[in-house]
Ligand binder design. Structure first.
Ligand code: GUN
Length: 299
């Protein structure tokens, strides 16, 4: 019998539904113990993309039976007031996870606010304590997009050990933590990782050596077919709006990968939308449930 061929399109929507149904069982168990997982999602200002992300996160909480604490604050909120809210949420025992949607308005020091979150409630994995633990290979909250990418690869049955993973983009929320995650001596990791960025010379000569290529630089359709080798696994983290007069909205969503040319060469590829995005939200829910579970050990 021929070996079953793996699907070429890595369906983050479908996979996130499976993960969410697993989480529902855990949430039910927690409820039996009298603990309802709670996630506080704080939005400051009216950035349209952030509003959509936050709405999706809150909607998923409701879907799973996670208590959602919603804070929609005006753009002119002071840094002091935001720090005060973080302090209250740190002390609120019904809140197991705190997420401050980024970017914050310019007058607020984002680093200061993120550092004020209790690392035990930092379900975004942005606090230096969690980032340091990640580097050391200790148990911690891993940033949701890197965790979602790893989970997607593992659950689709792709071996990461020994593979050359090329990450294009060195952001604090994707590129850097993903490189730390996949280089670990651990299950679902053990990769050889190369991180490329805007100053990388001969980028194509490096991307062409990737077994797994992660595009996370935030430039629409930057990775072209000629930049990848045949049989590569391509993960597209990008989410960009580009003008399209054929659409009613006047725009369409594209990733950082030029899908038509890369699809032809890739062994597997994530679509945009419906690839990495839903996995990120699923990991946020997973981290919140993990935090609630840990809180039961502290009761
Ligand atoms: N802005 C863009 N992505 C993220 C994310 O994963 N978490 C938060 N808090 N803000 C973001």
């Amino acid at each position: 019998m021929p070996a079953q061929r793996k699907p070429k399109l890595l369906d983050g929507n479908k996979l996130s539904e499976i993960i969410k149904s697993e989480l529902k069982n855990k949430i039910e168990e927690l409820k039996q113990k009298g603990v309802i997982p709670g996630l506080a999602v704080v939005l400051v200002g009216d950035n349209p993309a952030s509003q959509i992300y936050v709405r999706n996160k809150r909607k998923t909480c409701e879907e799973l039976g996670i208590r959602s604490f919603a804070y929609d604050l005006p753009t002119q909120t002071s840094e002091a007031d935001l720090l005060k809210l973080v302090d209250e949420l740190n002390r609120n025992r019904e809140v197991h996870g705190i997420l401050i949607q980024s970017p914050l308005p310019k007058h607020i020091n984002e680093e200061k606010v993120l550092n004020a979150i209790d690392p035990d409630k930092d379900v975004d994995g942005f606090h230096p304590v969690n980032k340091g633990k990640l580097l050391n290979g200790q148990d911690c909250f891993v940033a949701c997009t890197p965790a979602g990418i790893q989970e997607l690869l593992v659950r689709y049955g792709y071996k990461i050990q020994g593979k050359h993973v090329v990450i294009v983009g060195r952001s604090n929320i994707v590129g850097k933590p993903l490189s730390a995650l996949l280089v670990q001596k651990a299950e679902g990791a053990d990769a050889t990782v190369t991180v490329c960025h805007s100053h990388t010379r001969n980028l194509s000569s490096i991307t062409k050596t990737a077994d797994i290529l992660v595009a996370a630089m935030g430039v629409p359709e930057f990775i072209q077919g000629r930049m990848v080798r045949d049989g590569c696994i391509v993960i597209d983290v990008g989410m960009n709006r580009i003008p399209d007069s054929t659409k009613k909205s006047g725009y369409r969503l594209v990733g950082d990968v030029h899908f038509p040319s890369v699809f032809k060469k890739a062994k597997a590829i994530t679509p945009v939308p419906g690839g990495v995005g839903p996995m990120t939200i699923a990991m946020l829910m997973k981290n919140t449930v993990k935090s609630a579970e840990k809180s039961t050990h502290r009761l």
